[in-house]
Write a protein that binds this ligand. Structure first.
Ligand SMILES: [Ca+2]
Ligand SMILES: [Ca+2]
Ligand SMILES: [Ca+2]
Ligand SMILES: [Zn+2]
Length: 467
C-alpha cells in the first residue's frame, strides 16, 4: 500500500453542482488479454451476468464502485484506475490487492460553495475534491483520485494455487473462493481515505512536515495522546502499541454499539488477585452463551509430544477434567485438535493461550466441536498458570456487556501489532473487532457488501474525516 504525497497546489474554480451521491468511475488500466480484458469464456455466477472473465471482473468493480458511490456525497467524479498485476504471493499466502489515494492535497482554497480544508493537513484526493468542491488537477496525464492493484496470479501455480477469485455479486463464494467484491470494496476504501495517508507509520514521519487528516482522531490509550500531538518517535511507538491505538472519531464511535458484538472476558473469581483477561472467540464450535460459564480452570498434562501443555495429545480419560475449563498453549497442532481433546475428556470450555505477543484468532472447522473455546493473550495465559501453580482457579467465561469486541473506551481499535507490518499496520481495524469488519487487514469469509453500520464501520470512519 503506497501513495504519493503531492505538494500543495492552487485551486481551480468550478461551477458548483448540487450535492449528489458520488460517481465512482472504474478506469480499466489493463493491457489487452489481461485482467479486465481477459477473453476467457465464463459462466454467469452469483448475479454477475458477464460472459468472459474480464467482463465479470469489470462488473464486480462497478458493483463495488456503486456501493461506495451510493454512500459518499461529492459533486466531483472519483476516477479509480485499476489493474490486475502480479503481487507478492506464495502457495499458501499472498497479497490480494493494494490501493491508495493517487494524490494527497493540502492547502487548497475552496471553490464557490466548497469548504476549506484544515490548514497544513494532507487529504486524500477524492476527499479534498469533495470538500473544496472542485477538480484538483496535479498532473493532467494522471487525473485519477484512486489507484488500485489486484493480484493477477491468484490461483496459478505458486500463488494461492488452491484458491480462486469469486466473481459473484452475492458474497456467496465457495470454500476455496476469494470474494473479489469484498476485496475491491476494501481496496477502494483505502483509496477513498481509509489510510493514515502520507504519514509514514513505521517511522512516524510526516510528508513535508504536515499531518494527515487522520492524525487528529488517532488516540493512543496508553499515553492519552493523539497522533497529531506526537513526535515522530512517539508515533512510531504508538504504531506498535498493540491493542492500544484507537480511532477516536465520534461518528465511528457512535455506531460501535450497533455494529460490534459484546467482547468476551475470562473473569477470575478465585484467586481474586488475577485481573480479567480479554478473550477472542474461535471460528468453530458454539459461541459463548449469554449467561456466565463458571467452572474451575485446569491445565492438565497431555502426556507427550512437543509439550505436555499444548493439548495436542488426548488427555487421560480419568474424569479429572470433567466439568472444567481446560487451559492449553497454542502451537504444534491445530486449534480444533486441542479443543476436541478437551471436549473428549469432559471439559465444558477451552482456553488457548497465545505463544507469541498479540492476539491469535482461532481458525478451523470441526462440526464435532460442541464446547465453546476462546484464545487469550500470552500474558493472561501466564497469569492463569501462575495462579494454578499456587492452587485452585475458578473463573467464568462470559460476554462483557460493558465492552464491545475490538474497542477501548468504546473507540474501535486500529491494527497496531508489536511487530510492525508494512502495508497492514495502522491503516486497518484491529482483528479483535467482532463480527469481522471489511477493513481488517486479513480477508474473512463472512463479509457483506455493506460498508455502513450496522454491518460495518468503514463508512463511519470516512465520515469522521469529512466525507
Ligand atoms: Ca478530479
Ligand atoms: Ca502435548
Ligand atoms: Ca475480527
Ligand atoms: Zn487493506
Amino acid at each position: 500500500m503506497f501513495a504519493r504525497a503531492a505538494s500543495a497546489l492552487l485551486a481551480l474554480a468550478l461551477v458548483p453542482a448540487p450535492a449528489l451521491a458520488a460517481k465512482v468511475i472504474v478506469v480499466n488500466g489493463d493491457p489487452p488479454g489481461v485482467g479486465f480484458n481477459d477473453p476467457t469464456p465464463a459462466t454467469p455466477i452469483g448475479g454477475n451476468p458477464g460472459m468472459t472473465v474480464g467482463q465479470q471482473a469489470l462488473n464486480v468493480f462497478q458493483a463495488a464502485a456503486d456501493v461506495w458511490g451510493s454512500r459518499l456525497v461529492s459533486v466531483q467524479p472519483i476516477l479509480v484506475i485499476s489493474f490486475f498485476t502480479p503481487l507478492p504471493c506464495d502457495a499458501t499466502s499472498g497479497v490480494l490487492g493494494a490501493a491508495g489515494a493517487n494524490w494527497y492535497f493540502a492547502n487548497i482554497d475552496p471553490a464557490t460553495g466548497g469548504k476549506p480544508l484544515a490548514s497544513d493537513t494532507w487529504y486524500p484526493a477524492a476527499l479534498a475534491e469533495k470538500i473544496t468542491r472542485q477538480d484538483i488537477v496535479a498532473d493532467p496525464a494522471d487525473p485519477f483520485e484512486v489507484f488500485s492493484l489486484f493480484n493477477s496470479e491468484l490461483g496459478k501455480p505458486g500463488c494461492l494455487q488452491s484458491r480462486a477469485w469469486y466473481y459473484g455479486l452475492d458474497n456467496n463464494q465457495p470454500a476455496n473462493g476469494i470474494d473479489l467484491l469484498a476485496v475491491v470494496l476494501h481496496e477502494f476504501g483505502h483509496g477513498l481515505g481509509f489510510s493514515v495517508g502520507p504519514t509514514n507509520s513505521n517511522r512516524g514521519e510526516r510528508a513535508l512536515g504536515f499531518p494527515s487528516v487522520w492524525e487528529s482522531q488517532m488516540l493512543d490509550t496508553t499515553t492519552g495522546k493523539r497522533w497529531i500531538d506526537m513526535t515522530d518517535a512517539e508515533r512510531a511507538a504508538s504504531a506498535r502499541n498493540n491493542l492500544n491505538l484507537v480511532w477516536a472519531g465520534r461518528k465511528a464511535s457512535n455506531v460501535v454499539p450497533s455494529t460490534l458484538d459484546f467482547g468476551l472476558v475470562v473473569n477470575v473469581l478465585e484467586p481474586a488477585a488475577v485481573d480479567p483477561g480479554e478473550a477472542f472467540p474461535a471460528a468453530f464450535g458454539p459461541p459463548v452463551g449469554p449467561g456466565s460459564l463458571r467452572a474451575p480452570v485446569v491445565s492438565p498434562d497431555d502426556g507427550g509430544g512437543v509439550s505436555p501443555l499444548d493439548g495436542c495429545e488426548p488427555f487421560a480419560p480419568d474424569g479429572s477434567i470433567v466439568g472444567s475449563i481446560v487451559l492449553m498453549d497454542r502451537g504444534t497442532c491445530g486449534f480444533t485438535t486441542k479443543v476436541k481433546n478437551a471436549q473428549d475428556a469432559g471439559a465444558v470450555a477451552a482456553i488457548i493461550a497465545n505463544n507469541a505477543p498479540g492476539i491469535v484468532l482461532m481458525a478451523g472447522t470441526d462440526l464435532s466441536v460442541v464446547i465453546p473455546s476462546v484464545s487469550v493473550m500470552q500474558e493472561f495465559g501466564a497469569a492463569l498458570r501462575a495462579a494454578l501453580a499456587d492452587g485452585t482457579v475458578l473463573a467464568n467465561l462470559r460476554k462483557n456487556t460493558r465492552v464491545r469486541a475490538g474497542t477501548v473506551f468504546n473507540f474501535p481499535r486500529l491494527y497496531a501489532p508489536t511487530a510492525f507490518a508494512g502495508g497492514s499496520s495502522v491503516s486497518h481495524w484491529d482483528t479483535s473487532a467482532t463480527p469481522n469488519m471489511l477493513m481488517e487487514p486479513f480477508i474473512t469469509p463472512n463479509l457483506t457488501s455493506s460498508v455502513k453500520n450496522p454491518d460495518d464501520l468503514s463508512w463511519s470512519l470516512l465520515r469522521d474525516i469529512g466525507w
